[in-house]
Design a protein around this ligand. Structure first.
Ligand code: HEC
Length: 90
């Protein structure tokens, strides 16, 4: 009986440690990394960097949504937001 309680506590402890660990590694989604990875699939990033000087939020939303309409697996909703934040700020 005691032994099974110890095993239970151990399993619970491991679950908490690894559970919170994976939640932490998932948390911050890097807009920069997403742009580097996804937006370089059809053209290089010179185009993207050049456009940063001219596009505002609405402009980027139009561009990014246009890309998603060409390739619907390109970015999910959360990734789209992270990419937009990055493109607007930098
Ligand atoms: C499915 C292929 C594809 C992907 C993926 C893609 N692009 Fe493009 N992009 C194009 C093509 C083709 C053009 C040139 C024709 C045009 O302007 O639509 C272009 C042009 C552009 C331009 C210059 C024209 C404009 O609208 O200002 C920018 C900026 C741009 N892309 C940004 C991005 C960003 C940011 C991403 C990632 C969210 C991305 N692209 C992903 C195909 C793609």
């Amino acid at each position: 009986m005691r032994k099974s309680l110890a095993v239970f506590v151990l399993v619970l402890g491991l679950f908490l440690v690894f559970g919170s660990h994976s939640a932490m590694t998932q948390a911050p989604l890097s807009g920069e990394a997403l742009v580097n990875e996804r937006c370089s699939q059809c053209h290089d990033l010179t185009r993207v960097n050049r456009a940063k000087a001219t596009k505002d939020r609405a402009g980027w939303e139009r561009t990014v949504d246009n890309k998603i309409s060409k390739r619907d697996v390109l970015l999910n909703e959360v990734e789209r937001t992270a990419v937009l934040e990055y493109l607007i700020k930098n």
